[in-house]
Design a protein around this ligand. Structure first.
Ligand SMILES: [Ca+2]
Ligand SMILES: [Ca+2]
Length: 633
């Protein structure tokens, strides 16, 4: 049956249409009273925080996402400015003008660019016509630009803080050319920080806890929430001391054992953690600033910065020479989520195949993002069928990047698949929500248009028959359906994740613990990373977001990798391979906090036929091969 007929049937059959929203992590109001909480935990890695603790954890997580996003943006800007400085050096004034004007068209966050001739102090400014500032902003801008000029005369890079302080809109960055004759200063747009903050809060405009069977929708006043968040974002009491006493250092020459002892005694720390050439020092009594001054003055490090994100020991596997380390700018520093699930090792078995299509039924995808170029199919907009499935929220773009951002292109992040296509389906509107009608329509459209895997980073707590029928429709067409469980730290099942046809995904943190917001329960299948995940964001940007929404696409990508390495497997077999090839966490075996465990890309791909066809699938495998040959006659 074609999906339009099917949808019409479904609509008349549905008593009401439930509102479904995406699942970013939010500093939310606590889940409703009848969600069950328990302070008892059967494992130290699976504590269930109290509602108050959960609130606090979510607030600090939101802050961490904003900080990580700021770092991502700055690292990305730095890379662009460095290559820009080289390119502009080889151009005439006229060529520079048209080059920058083109660049500013699709990189709108480069508000103004100065090309500086250092010896003469002459400058050429290229300003976006839309770039307008208030008098106060202009004044701050003037100050930071003068600092940037000064840094260039000393052949140094420069980065200002984001400003205005209470509502960050800009920062100034500068990079000299290697011959020290020229330099580039840029006024960068920093509104992505507030955008990420709003994004993570948007979920709160809906309370997705309709009373059973009634699909009642309530709403919360958005402004109240925004106030609360802004306050949190600037509330230092919530800042983590863990970060304040740590610093990340890369030395020009690694200290000898004797020198390391000297450092440990001078900053009062234990032997530092080390990942490749990067050391992480944690002092018992020195602040990050004090340590920064100490290292800068005494050891002249190559690189030094606060420890913004956890890095796990798992990163060590990247240094043994047997796995692929992509050159994407943000990979090594921010994508802890890929090595921890053995993605890089898995790439030795398959990097994905362009014949495999993953539908992202979500808020749409930024169709022009440079790190998604060549990976997107035309897709469909179920909210406005005449429009393209362009993302007006950011959520779907982030999800798509985790699965399939271009790998090894010196740009942004690495997706989990080097090959493979994304089918963008917009089923949630600009508020980040949609009806079960639009979501079901999106799922059916995807099923009818070649999707072999569907990712659903969305849901609510109402069991809508209509949505379930759409899920069954896709499932019966041999599609692997993957869904996020939700971020309310509740045992109450969310849908579509809790339908038996769906592989449900909860989130872990960097230490293989359950993310504090992550839903749990007997219906959980597997875990994947979901805290501060770096990925693509609209307008050629990158953001770090937390949520089970970010965990789910890791599993969708794994399903697609499995279908790349062994296209003959049925959806049920793919799901079983994913469930049975995990890192068991928490209580031994399947448990309600971690499901079967955290996905393991390498062992799942091995089981799927990465090292020859797996024994358990031999009979089916050969039968299907024979069938294919017969069909071809
Ligand atoms: Ca990339
Ligand atoms: Ca377990």
């Amino acid at each position: 049956m074609k999906w339009r007929n099917w949808v019409a049937l479904g609509l008349t059959g549905a008593a009401a249409v439930a509102v479904i929203s995406f699942f970013p992590s939010t500093p939310s109001s606590t889940p409703q009273q009848n969600a069950s909480y328990t302070s008892k935990s059967n494992n130290s890695k699976s504590p269930v925080p109290s509602p108050a603790q959960e609130q606090q954890l979510k607030q600090s997580m939101l802050k961490r996402d904003v900080i990580a996003t700021e770092r991502l943006s700055r690292l990305d800007a730095k890379g662009h400015l460095r290559s820009l400085a080289i390119e502009l050096g080889n151009m005439s004034a006229q060529q520079q003008k048209s080059f920058i004007s083109n660049m500013q068209k699709d990189h709108k966050h480069f508000q103004s660019i100065f090309w500086v001739d250092i010896p003469s102090g002459k400058e050429q400014q290229f300003r976006r016509p839309q770039f307008k500032t208030t008098a106060l902003e202009q004044k701050q801008l003037g100050t930071y630009i003068s600092f940037a000029r000064k840094a260039l005369t000393q052949s140094k890079s420069y980065e200002s803080p984001s400003f205005p302080e209470d509502d960050p809109k800009y920062f100034v960055a500068a990079e000299p050319t290697s011959n020290h004759k020229h330099g580039v200063i840029a006024v960068m747009d920093a509104t992505i920080l507030n955008r990420v903050k709003d994004h993570q809060n948007k979920n709160l405009r809906l309370i997705p806890y309709p009373k059973e069977g009634k699909y009642k929708v309530e709403s919360i006043h958005a402004d109240t929430l925004r106030d609360m968040t802004v306050k949190t974002g600037h509330d230092n009491e919530n800042a983590s001391h863990y970060y304040e006493n740590e610093i990340v250092v890369v030395f020009e020459q690694n200290p000898s054992a004797h020198e390391m002892k000297q450092i440990e005694s001078e900053i009062n720390c234990k032997p530092p953690r080390r990942i490749a050439n990067t050391y992480i020092f944690q002092s018992k009594d020195k602040s990050m600033e004090q340590m920064k001054q100490y290292f800068t003055a005494k050891w002249k490090p190559k690189y030094i910065e606060p420890h913004y994100l956890y890095m796990t020991n798992e990163t060590d596997v990247l240094n043994d020479g047997t796995v692929e380390i992509p050159n994407d700018v943000l990979f090594e520093e921010y994508q802890w989520n890929l090595p921890i699930i053995e993605t890089n090792r898995g790439w030795n078995l398959t990097k994905g195949n362009n014949d495999v299509i993953v539908a992202v039924v979500d808020t749409g995808v930024d169709l022009n993002h440079p790190d998604l170029q060549g990976r997107l199919l035309p897709g469909y907009n179920a909210v406005a069928p005449d429009d393209k499935p362009m993302d007006d929220v950011g959520h779907g773009t982030h999800v798509a990047g985790i699965i399939s951002a271009n790998v090894n292109n010196h740009e942004g992040i690495a997706g989990m698949m080097w090959g493979g296509k994304i089918l963008p389906v917009k089923a949630l509107d600009s508020s980040g929500s949609g009806t079960s009608y639009s979501v079901a329509e999106g799922i059916i459209w995807a099923a009818d248009h070649g999707a072999q895997v569907i990712n659903l980073s969305l849901g609510n707590y109402a069991d809508a028959n209509f949505l379930h029928e759409a899920i069954k429709y896709a499932y019966d067409r041999d599609i692997v359906i993957v869904a996020a469980t939700g971020n309310d730290n509740t045992e109450r099942p969310g849908y579509p994740a809790a339908y038996p046809e769906v592989l449900s995904v909860s989130a872990t943190d960097t230490n293989l613990g359950r993310a504090s917001f992550s839903n749990y329960g007997d219906y959980i299948d597997v875990m994947a990373p979901g805290e501060s995940i770096a990925s693509t964001y609209p307008d050629n940007q990158y953001a770090a977001l937390s949520g089970t929404s970010m965990a789910s696409p890791h599993v969708a990508a794994l399903a697609a990798l499995i279908r790349s390495i062994n296209p003959t497997l049925k959806n049920t077999e793919v799901m079983d391979i994913i469930r049975n090839n995990v890192i068991d966490l928490g209580e031994k075996g399947r448990d309600k906090y971690f499901g079967y465990g955290q996905i393991d890309v390498y062992s799942a791909l091995q089981a799927a036929g990465g090292a020859g066809s797996p024994l358990q699938f031999w009979p089916q495998f050969y039968q299907r091969k024979i069938n294919k040959i017969l069909e071809g006659r």
